[in-house]
Design a protein around this ligand. Structure first.
Ligand code: IPM
Ligand code: MG
Length: 363
């Protein structure tokens, strides 16, 4: 198996150091046998090679069995000439690998109930997965752009587009996942206003009726879903939704766990000819320029993303569980990074947090 590490921008490099250490532990203590290659990406590539993405990196992205991705985006991009300042490389990757299935699990950790801005009794026991369609919708729809009108004012356009095939395949992802969980799918749309919403709803319902009669389907408008996520997040098992709604709802749901620094994600494409699926694993939190370079970012979302890679690409479920349990034990033992600490309280650095996780890993 070929793993490609792309630390990227901002805190990406810092949290990926933690991931590399956990990988090293798995090689030494669990006999994990993978080929790991790292490539500079984003500003690091710009400084080294004068481009945000080298051809070689792009080639490796196309052929890797899994990509472990840090983060993209930096205020330093202003230094780059506008025509080369591509901040949409992550979207290019998602599109070129057709990574349509984005899994964002959100689980409350008992020891962190205090970290949430929601009341502990609201958060206790939350365990859901947001299945976000990642290769379509308004992120990629045409037409798009900004034009200047004859009177000198401007007009901006983006387009939400979905085909039957695109909705059906993400619906199947959600139904399959629900079968391994509590057997409930909540499909989120805006069917009361948008044509694509009504179409999404009908298509998901039809797949449920014809192929997954054992799974319970419900539908919710996206505005109501945002409210329900903070009112009573325990009601959800699997949420399936389109690209932009999933982006927004997953940040919102993150606060159930107290921090965006805890949320891993997996993005997968269709089954390839070699039987594997292209896959990219990344923390949901992004590059966090406000704390980049300080060594205080929370590495747990990145480490939990590695656990998802172990489970989904490497087929090493036992190792995934080991890593997840080590993270949980470290937290129970009081390990806190800044985002998890009480205001004004003490907290660990990124590398100290990784030390704590590794100390909790037992072969
Ligand atoms: C996410 C991020 C990305 C998105 C950005 C960085 C393009 O917010 O993965 O949730 O909007 O999809
Ligand atoms: Mg987002």
């Amino acid at each position: 198996m070929q793993l490609l590490i792309l630390p990227g921008d901002g805190v990406g490099g810092e949290v990926m150091e933690g991931v590399k250490r956990v990988l090293q532990w798995l090689r030494e203590c669990r006999g994990l046998d993978v080929d790991v290659h790292e490539e500079p990406f984003g500003m690091a590539a710009w400084w080294a090679h004068g481009t945000l993405m080298t051809d070689e990196t792009w080639q490796r992205i196309q052929t890797a069995d899994a990509i472990l991705f840090g983060a993209i985006g930096s205020p330093e991009y202003v230094q780059i000439p506008a025509e080369q300042r591509r901040v949409d490389w992550l979207l290019e990757m998602r599109r070129s690998l057709d990574l349509y299935e984005n899994l964002r699990p959100v689980r409350a950790i008992d020891a962190l109930l205090d970290a949430s801005t929601l009341r502990p009794e609201v958060v206790l026991g939350v365990d859901m997965v947001i299945v976000r369609e990642l290769a379509g919708g308004v992120y990629f729809g045409q037409p798009r752009g900004v034009e200047t009108l004859p009177d000198g004012t401007r007009r901006a356009v983006n387009t939400i587009v979905y085909t039957t095939r695109e909705v059906e395949r993400i619906a199947r992802s959600a139904f399959e996942l629900a079968r391994t969980r509590q057997g409930r799918v909540c499909s989120v749309d805006k069917a009361n206003v948008l044509e694509f919403g009504a179409f999404w709803r009908e298509t998901v319902q039809a797949i449920g009726d014809s192929e997954y009669p054992d799974v319970e389907v419900s539908h919710m408008y996206v505005d109501n879903c945002a409210m329900q996520l903070v009112r009573d997040p325990r009601q959800f098992d699997v949420i399936v939704t389109e690209n932009l709604f999933g982006d927004i709802l997953s940040d919102c749901a993150a606060m159930v766990t107290g921090s965006l620094g805890m949320l891993p994600s997996a993005s997968r494409g269709p089954v390839r000819s070699d039987g594997l699926r292209a896959a990219l694993y990344e923390p949901v939190h992004g590059s966090a320029p406000d704390i980049a370079g300080q060594g205080i970012a929370n590495p747990l979302a990145a480490i939990l993303s590695l656990a998802m890679c172990l489970r989904y690409t490497l087929d090493r479920v036992n190792d995934a569980v080991l890593v997840e349990q080590a993270v949980e034990r470290a937290i129970v033992a009081g390990a806190r990074t800044r985002d998890l600490a009480q205001p004004g309280g003490t907290f660990l650095s990124t590398s100290e947090m990784t030390d704590r996780v590794i100390a909790e890993l037992h072969p």
